[in-house]
Ligand binder design. Structure first.
Ligand code: KG4
Ligand code: ZN
Length: 345
């Protein structure tokens, strides 16, 4: 029997250094992730220069760990996939340069992957299956967007945030309330003890698929200025309810208008238990399936980049049918692009 083949996925776009080996059917053979949580905690947000340096220190040990633990032969690695954007330029460069060096040393193709594409595919890691067509909500620290996916490789952007992402708004509100970083899990905990009493705005609730969270964030700031001793639990519950009302409404609209058979929620904010419960209720009401990736695949990780890398490799191979696996002609060098837009495919 032929040995399984893998793509090595490298993710360094923000504050996680993550390397994974993923087989063609999405099984994660091995993964090593180093989070920079402690480095940035004192700043209330990601400190880009420190992020780059931490990636440099972590990336080769992560690679060694993955190769050693998996004990696979290099001939089983089909290609190296790396996040080439969007993200922090210094952080992206660490991954892109490492992938380029590995491609040269191992004589393997190097595939640039859009980080957002990786998140959108993360629900199918480890053998999970999404029912297509699907509405996919990506809510992370860096991004918030809603997409319609006809299949794993056919994607249309419905709308995205005009300013802050949902996770970013959680982090900033937590900082205003002196609750710590990252804000999502902390706000979740406080919100569970409070009530939605503060009538914060639900921005762009009735308009299309775009989001905007900076006005909501300002409303929280004004409430704190008016009453510096306001109830933290009620402020968190009111803020989270306003965010989630908007997300639910947009997903509801997308389910109605696209007749998708499932709803997929990915990204770090998908870890929120109240959000998960409300998405569950929404999908039951519509009679569609809810796909939530296991919590371990919600944050940034190299496995989702490898899975999206497989999609891209197959597309490249289909476009050049005379080349054998692993022998794609030299690609143009991968360029790190901090503002890389999501490609509609
Ligand atoms: O996907 P992710 O790990 O990183 C990015 O690609 O940005 O998302 C991190 C974000 C952070 O902003 C964090 O506050 C948020 O996810 N988050 C949560 C929860 N857990 C993490 N937000 C709301 N509720 C949570 N339980
Ligand atoms: Zn991400």
């Amino acid at each position: 029997m032929a040995a399984d083949r893998y793509i090595l996925g490298i993710e360094t776009s923000c504050d996680d250094t993550s390397i994974a080996l993923v087989s063609e059917d999405g099984q994660v053979r091995e993964i090593e992730t180093t989070s920079q949580f402690e480095i940035h905690a004192g700043y209330g947000g990601i400190y880009p220069e420190l992020a780059s340096r931490a990636h440099v220190a972590a990336i080769l040990p992560a690679l060694d760990a993955v190769l050693q633990r998996s004990a696979i032969g290099l001939e089983q690695i089909e290609a190296v996939a790396v996040t080439c954007g969007p993200g922090l330029i210094g952080a992206l460069l660490v991954g892109v340069n490492t992938a380029t060096a590995l491609g040269l040393a191992w004589n393997k193709p190097v595939i640039g992957v859009n980080h957002l594409q990786g998140h959108l595919r993360s629900a199918e890691l480890d053998g999970h299956k999404v029912d297509y067509p699907a509405v996919v909500l990506l809510v992370s620290g860096g991004h918030s967007l809603l997409a319609h996916m006809q299949s794993p490789t056919s994607m249309r952007l419905l709308g995205q945030t005009r300013d802050d992402s949902v996770g970013e708004a959680f982090d900033k509100v937590a900082r205003m309330l002196d609750l710590g970083f990252p804000g999502g899990p902390i706000i979740d905990q406080f919100a569970a003890q409070g009530q939605d009493t503060m009538a914060f705005p639900r921005p762009m609730l009735h308009a299309g698929y775009e989001f905007s969270f900076s006005g909501l964030k300002s409303a929280v700031r004004r409430a704190i200025e008016l009453d510096p001793n306001l109830s933290r639990p009620d402020a968190c519950a009111s803020f989270a309810a306003a965010c989630f009302d908007v997300l639910i409404k947009k997903c509801e609209r997308a389910l109605k208008e696209t007749e998708a058979t499932s709803l997929v929620v990915v990204g770090g904010v998908a870890a929120s238990r109240p959000l998960r419960a409300r998405m569950q209720a929404l999908t039951e009401r519509f009679g569609v399936k809810l796909n939530l990736p296991p919590a371990q695949w919600a944050p940034d990780n190299g496995a989702m980049i490898a899975l999206a890398g497989w999609d891209r490799l197959r597309a490249l191979q289909a476009a050049q049918p005379n080349t054998k696996n692993g022998s794609l002609p030299l690609q143009a060098p991968i360029v790190a692009d901090p503002g890389l837009a999501l490609e509609e495919i």
